[in-house]
Design a protein around this ligand. Structure first.
Ligand SMILES: CC(C)(COP(=O)(O)OP(=O)(O)OC[C@H]1O[C@@H](n2cnc3c(N)ncnc32)[C@H](O)[C@@H]1OP(=O)(O)O)[C@@H](O)C(=O)NCCC(=O)NCCS
Length: 183
């Protein structure tokens, strides 16, 4: 089983034994959608989307479960998808579903591991992320990894009863893995 290891976080593909925990997170708007549109789906559909995600580059289903490096058990999920029919870019998303595990660097490390994995296993030169401008934790997570804010889409996302601006972030292969300096 493919697993990505960091000092604090470990990523591994979701297993059927994770589905109930993940479904509970995705059924709670306070956990998954404080700055997002909340869409709930029945458990059967959730499981179906999880099972079909591996072969579908546009799937929004979780690709990896995030665990603490030294303590098995899901604390979050990360995913990636191709957001554009023509442009060659991949976008990542991330949720630390166990709210007690937030603020400990797990989210940032998990997204760094995912970006490195995408650069290692695909030919893309840019990995992107989008954040509601009010989602400070998400924006800071991306910025701390070296993602650059490339622009702001105005009034691009409707949730919680109003339109929201969204920051576009991106990091290039060269920025993520700068060439070693000579000498
Ligand atoms: C966004 C999220 C994944 C961050 O995960 P996390 O593990 O708590 O993040 P980290 O501990 O790695 O911290 C990343 C940065 O966010 C900051 N941060 C964490 N929680 C914060 C909060 N509530 N408010 C402001 N900043 C916060 C941290 O201080 C850190 O920035 P710094 O190093 O510049 O100080 C988590 O808050 C979450 O799951 N939110 C709900 C889902 C979501 O919004 N996902 C993003 C949409 S793509």
């Amino acid at each position: 089983m493919l697993a990505l290891h960091g000092a604090r976080a470990r990523l591994r593909p979701p297993q059927p034994s994770d589905f109930r925990t993940l479904f509970e997170w995705f059924s709670d708007p306070e956990v998954v959608a404080p700055y997002d549109r909340f869409v709930s789906e029945p458990y059967d559909e959730f499981v179906r989307s999880m099972s079909g995600s591996a072969s579908d580059p546009s799937s929004l289903a979780p690709r990896f479960v995030v665990e603490r490096a030294k303590e098995p058990g899901p604390v979050g999920v990360v995913g990636h998808f191709t957001p554009h029919p023509v442009l060659e870019t991949i976008e990542v998303w991330y949720i630390i579903g166990d709210r007690a595990a937030r603020g400990q660097g797990l989210g940032r490390e998990a997204v760094g591991l995912l970006a490195d994995h995408l650069f290692a296993t695909t030919s893309v030169e840019r990995v992107g992320a989008t954040c509601d401008v009010e989602n400070l934790a998400s924006c800071r997570l991306a910025e701390g990894l070296g993602f650059r804010r490339e622009g702001t889409l105005r009034q691009a996302f409707y949730h919680h009863g109003r339109w929201h601006d969204v920051h576009l972030y991106g990091i290039t292969r060269a920025e993520r893995s700068p060439p070693a300096s000579p000498g």
